[in-house]
Design a protein around this ligand. Structure first.
Ligand SMILES: *Cc1c(COP(=O)(O)O)cnc(C)c1O
Length: 389
């Protein structure tokens, strides 16, 4: 398997056939596993014999999904979790303790910001947020207690591109690890571990499933890190269900072709939006006008499938675009074959204080489109209807 192309790994990695020789991967809906003897039970519990014990911490369908995702990310190991947020929580709980410090990029996913400030903060883990694209700011934020660097690239919803190799060097100099939220690109477009990151986290809810069906998450990377995450998951139980693991496992098979097709649609839509009256600015890493376009093209295979844009006229104008859509779904989810539209200031980023929102550049006129697989002409017509002209 070691020399297989990623396209082959996406289809074949993690396959373990049962005695029935099934071609499609089996879904093991069982909470526990039986042993042949008291001695085997003891050996499984103590870990001297490998094998499944209890589905809070191992299930063959979940294992298959973990192995396939690890292969695609080029990771030593992977731990699946119930959601993207529980992946981030498990990483933090597994690798840190009270008194430790995190350096994180500005403009993280809203719930991730909440998790670091409000929840981890309550337990004595402090986070410094720095401008996502300013390497000197990451270095300046380091303390003797810094254990984790956490970045998201491209960021949500402004698609800022963070220099993964640059931040990795600073993190390692500080004796810390670098975690990258690879949700927006997925391993089909970007492999942070190849660029020096120690671990990636995923909301599998997004592109890995790819059709908006289930929640899931994962932490993949160096085994020294994932082992700690596994110890937390084993005890605390934010476990991925085998059904959801199966859906995500099958999603991985079409990941690359979906990401490429959705990226092509996104580039076409972003280029068109740049020419539309009433559109003040378009944020898309695949456009030459994007401030980190060059870095994005070095680090990612495409610009990705998320396009944000600012309309003139603030909230009212933005809501008019949202309300005029007939094809595009008004929903906060992303990563679906169905195109979605969100007004971040009043939804995903609504719980953040207006000051923090302004600091991270989320204006009232900003809209985020997660571009799907529909005809791009239908998407243009859908948006044109609500744009002032
Ligand atoms: C959705 C999302 C998350 C959280 O994932 P859930 O599966 O919803 O818990 C984390 N990071 C990013 C970038 C996301 O888009």
């Amino acid at each position: 398997m070691d020399d297989w192309h990623p396209d082959t790994l996406a289809i074949r990695a993690g396959t373990h056939r049962s005695q029935f020789g099934e071609h499609g991967e089996a879904m093991y809906l069982t909470s526990s596993f039986v042993f042949e003897s008291a001695a085997q039970a003891a050996a499984r519990f103590s870990g001297t014999e490998e094998g499944n014990v209890y589905a809070r911490f191992s299930n063959p369908t979940v294992t298959a999904m973990q192995e396939r995702l690890a292969a695609l990310e080029g990771a030593e190991a992977c731990v699946a979790t119930a959601s993207g947020m529980s992946a981030i929580l498990s990483l933090a709980m597994g690798t840190m303790q009270a008194g430790d410090h995190v350096v994180a990029s500005n403009g993280l996913f809203g719930a991730t910001q909440q998790l670091f400030t409000n929840i981890l903060g309550k337990f004595g883990i402090e986070t410094s947020f720095v401008p996502a694209t300013d390497l000197a700011a990451y270095r300046a934020a380091v303390r003797p207690s810094t254990r984790l660097f956490f970045i998201e690239t491209p960021s949500n919803p402004l698609t800022e591109v963070v220099d993964i190799a640059g931040v990795a060097a600073i993190a390692h100099e500080a004796g810390a690890i670098l975690a990258v939220d690879n949700c927006f690109c997925s391993p089909a477009l970007q492999r942070p571990l190849d660029l020096g990151a120690d671990v990636v986290v995923h909301s599998a809810t997004k592109y890995l499933d790819g059709q908006g069906r289930v929640l899931g998450g994962a932490v993949a990377g160096a085994k020294v890190v994932t082992d700690k995450v596994f110890q937390f998951l084993r005890t605390a139980g934010p476990t991925l269900s085998p059904f959801n693991a199966w859906v995500i496992l099958k999603g991985l098979e079409t990941l690359r072709i979906r990401m490429e097709a959705q990226s092509a649609n996104a580039l076409a839509l972003a280029s068109w939006l740049e020419t539309q009256p009433g559109v003040a600015r378009v944020f898309y890493p695949g456009l030459p006008s994007h401030p980190q376009h060059e870095l994005a093209m070095r680090q990612q295979k495409t610009g990705g499938a998320i396009v944000s844009f600012e309309v003139e006229g603030g909230r009212d104008a933005a809501w008019r675009v949202v309300d005029a859509t007939r094809v595009i779904s008004i929903t906060a989810n992303l990563g679906d074959t169905k195109t979605t539209i969100t007004h971040p200031a009043t939804t995903t980023h609504g719980r953040i204080s207006p000051e923090a929102r302004a600091a991270s550049g989320i204006s009232d006129g900003l809209l985020r489109i997660a571009v799907g697989l529909e005809s791009v002409d239908d998407l243009k017509a859908d948006l044109a209807r609500g744009l002032v002209r």
